[in-house]
Design a protein around this ligand. Sequence first.
Ligand code: ADP
Length: 578
Amino acid sequence: MKLIFHYLKPYVPRMSVGLFIKFIGTIMDLLIPWILSYLIDEIVPQKSMRKILLFGGIMVLCSVTAWLTNILANRMASKVARDTTERLRHDLFRKVSYLSCRQVDDFTVPSLESRLTTDTYNIHQMIGMMQRLGVRAPILLVGGVFVTLTLEPVLTLVLLAVMPFAGGVVWYISQKGIPLYARQQRAVDTMVRTVRENASGIRVIKALSKSDYERKRFQEINRELVKRETKASVTMAASNPLMNLFLNVGLTLVVIAGAFRVYAGVSKPGVILAFLTYFTIILNALLSVNRMFMLYSKGVASAGRIREVLEAPEDLEIHTDVEQKSTENYLSFEHVSFSYRGGAVSVSDIDFTLKEGQTLGIIGGTGSGKTTLIKLLMRFYDPQKGCIRIEGQDIRSIPSEKLHTLFGVVFQNDVLFSDTIAENVRFGRNLEKEQLNQAAKSAQASEFIDSLEEGMEYRLAIRGSNLSGGQKQRVLIARALAADSPILILDDSSSALDYRTDARLRQVLKQKKTARATILVAQRVSSIRHADLILVLDGGKIIGKGTHAELMKNCETYREIAAMQMGGGEEDCEKASL
Ligand code: ADP
């Protein structure tokens, strides 16, 4: 709740006005039955048409005022709820984009997605409802009891006897509801994750005829969600019929007791009529409180989930106390070991140096730790052991905004957005049109872009699905090249290029003077064979380190890969790379 109060703070003046208007409307609602009883018992017997019309007119005035003020207050409440949620969602999104990769792994992406959508929506609902009913329901409850006490103290006892039961039901059910909603929300996370996996892997699923299997898997998760939803709703829904039961029993008792009292001459019919209306108003107010508790339960569960993200500590702090070295190496990994979330070691004892202007090639099977090395270099994660330096400076001491401007990078399966090619290359950076064109040219993308009618203004579909694999890679490479970053990283990003284009691209990279280090991660020997240093990875370890010629001599695995890919001969190898 602290979180919600924090976000509501700027709207306190606006809310106060809204709540005051609501207060007036509610008082009007409470006045109407009282005026009615007075009209029936006191004015009608006087048989004065003028007075009857006057009191009737006052009742109409009260109704219209109540109606108008309620509309106005509800509109104001909606606006506050909308604005608060907008700020909350904005802050949450911002925080999510600053989470470290480790934290994203911990929360999981689907869970973050539902926190940004369903959970913020629940809070929106809660804030709206609290304002609409938060003032109205208590005033109707307390004010109603107060008016009935002045009208008919004896009958009020019936009301007071019923209320603890009704209140008890509301309290008990909302106590049960909160944990159930939290569990339901976790099931939603699983559901979102499955849908996400299915949507992104739809082609593989179809290609491998896994549709039935996936459907079954989805069904199970869907069923689990329905089970939890049903449990939460059934528990909460029990309150309404119970409250109606109390209402009807109470009304019956009032009618019986009232009839006796009118008959005995101690009460009047108008009072009994008003009393019945108040009784209904009061128990309806209790029902509203119950509804409020329901949304409150959901809102609190959601607020907790949002707070977890907002209060996630700064994971990758800037360390100023680390040792700096003066060295002529541009880039170095010093005995780096790392495991994701404390699991199996993903890379261990990685140790190498790269001089300014050199190219590093990394080769190895899938899962050998190639991408992990890149992620460590970009400080998506901190290694458990060892350190990484750029120009002798430990990367843990470089502020992340500065660190990230050092890299131009293309990852495996990188994303293109549904925007023009130019905007995808620009990627929100302040780049001139000429730079974009030059980058496209260097990335060997100009040819296909020029063949498009709109050229750089060609609009891509979501994830660039209206381009071929090779074309997508070229646009991504152009994005990485566009800012002339000092460190250029291409992570398995030329795999969809034909050999000729791949070779031309490498030629351009070699001539590029702005890059102070180039890192090529590849499955193909031909893509990295000209690198100044090549690392051969296997199971997270370096099993070969050196130039192509050295590795061909000393590293059996490298030799095998080369032999497999190029028929073994140096000449084949040379040919393939041209
Ligand atoms: P490569 O790029 O060589 O294919 P990776 O560096 O992606 O390999 O992966 C190395 C190892 O780390 C693999 O065993 C993989 O399962 C594991 N791994 C990669 N990413 C994660 C992650 N986010 N969480 C847990 N384990 C991961």
